[in-house]
Design a protein around this ligand. Structure first.
Ligand code: PEP
Ligand code: MN
Length: 357
């Protein structure tokens, strides 16, 4: 990874660096952060002669060669200083609440808009709404591109930024063209490396936030962080990690709750953790406890399925959506817990101390 002395390289400097890298079979990807662009070296960046020649350029501050399968996501990466912001909130400093329908019902747009207003009133910061849905059965409702218009109407009416899951490149392009503020990669696609790469590339310029769910089939934590690395390596560093439960399910819960991996993630990566308790436990009455457990474990935010009339919802909403009233109470309790845990943050690895070079 190349760290420039200034905010970013000029075109001429990029051309010079690219030419040196090419001699060693490497390429350059800019990763624009909020204040500074850094440059990932794609290929084997351990070649000493290459590093020396790049470091010798007077506009280069340094070259970090981190020996990690996820050198951009690594806590030691320069990106450890990168701040992800949305809705006037800075992840890590302010608790982020994403809430909304599992699935937008295109036959009843009013229901989504009613939920959207109530969710804003309850204190959420991002409005979610499933436009395209990954369903176990091909006979279940699969989503519908028309629902993106309803999601965007929710944003227009409430002023909240919006989150939608995409499962392929076509959906990704539609969501980005409509100006979605947050793209969700669901548990089923968290290991779809082609899609992860595409998301990184196509969302790089705009820096759209990406909520990457943990696949229910992921084993080692590094597998999760490496999946996020694909998006960042594509050029977009605005990635948040979302544990949402894994198989096998404890009898009674939909999935095996995995919010307890949060401190382990924080040991290894700078990326914010936004936990989804809804898919983890799968039942509305269990969601508040699972959400608070996630905050206690150090989550930076929560993604919670919420519906103004759950029995009238579709997809997961009838069984696992909480109401906006419960959401409001939960946001207050989560906020108190978020403050209560602050003194203990000092015992976690501190990003600044971890920066190398
Ligand atoms: C969802 O958020 O509605 C969803 C399908 O989530 P997951 O990918 O975690 O199952
Ligand atoms: Mn759902």
């Amino acid at each position: 990874m190349i760290i420039p002395k200034g905010e970013r390289f000029t075109e001429t400097q990029i051309a010079e660096v690219t030419q040196i890298l090419a001699e060693f079979g490497c390429t350059l990807t800019p990763i624009p952060g909020a204040t500074r662009t850094i440059y990932a070296i794609r290929g084997d960046e351990r070649e000493e002669l290459m590093t020396n020649r790049i470091e010798g350029l007077d506009y280069v501050s340094r070259v970090d060669t981190i020996q990690s399968p996820y050198k951009l996501m690594d806590l030691k990466s320069e990106l450890t200083r990168h701040a992800i912001q949305i809705s006037g909130r800075t992840l890590g400093q302010d608790l982020l609440i994403v809430a909304g329908h599992c699935t937008i019902d295109p036959r009843n747009p009013q229901l989504f808009l009613e939920s959207a207003h109530a969710i804003k009133e309850a204190g959420a910061h991002v409005l979610r709404g499933g436009v395209w849905k990954p369903r176990t059965s091909p006979h279940s409702y699969q989503g519908n591109s028309e629902a993106i218009e309803i999601l965007m109407r929710g944003r227009e009416e409430t002023g909240l930024p919006v989150n939608a899951e995409v499962m392929d490149e076509e959906q990704l392009r539609i969501a980005l063209d409509h100006g979605a503020d947050m793209i969700q990669v669901g548990a089923r696609n968290a290991l779809n490396y082609s899609l992860l790469k595409k998301i990184g590339e196509l969302s790089a310029e705009r820096g759209t936030l990406v909520l990457l769910k943990r696949s229910m089939h992921m084993g080692p934590i590094d597998e999760f962080i490496c999946a996020a690395e694909y998006i960042v390596a594509g050029g977009n560093p605005n990635v948040m990690l979302c544990p949402r439960g894994t198989v096998p399910g404890i009898d009674g819960y939909r999935n095996h709750p995995d919010e307890s991996i949060t401190p382990l993630l924080k040991q290894k990566t700078w990326a914010p953790v936004v936990v989804d308790p809804s898919h983890s436990v799968g039942k509305a009455v269990y969601v508040p406890s699972a959400a608070l457990a996630a905050i206690a474990y150090g989550a930076d935010g929560l993604c919670i399925e919420t519906h103004c009339q759950p029995p009238r919802g579709i997809g997961d909403d009838p069984k696992q959506a909480i109401t906006p009233r419960v959401l409001g109470e939960l946001i207050r309790a989560a906020g108190d817990l978020f403050q209560a845990r602050r003194p203990f943050q000092q015992y976690l690895p501190q990003p600044e101390a971890a920066v190398v070079g």
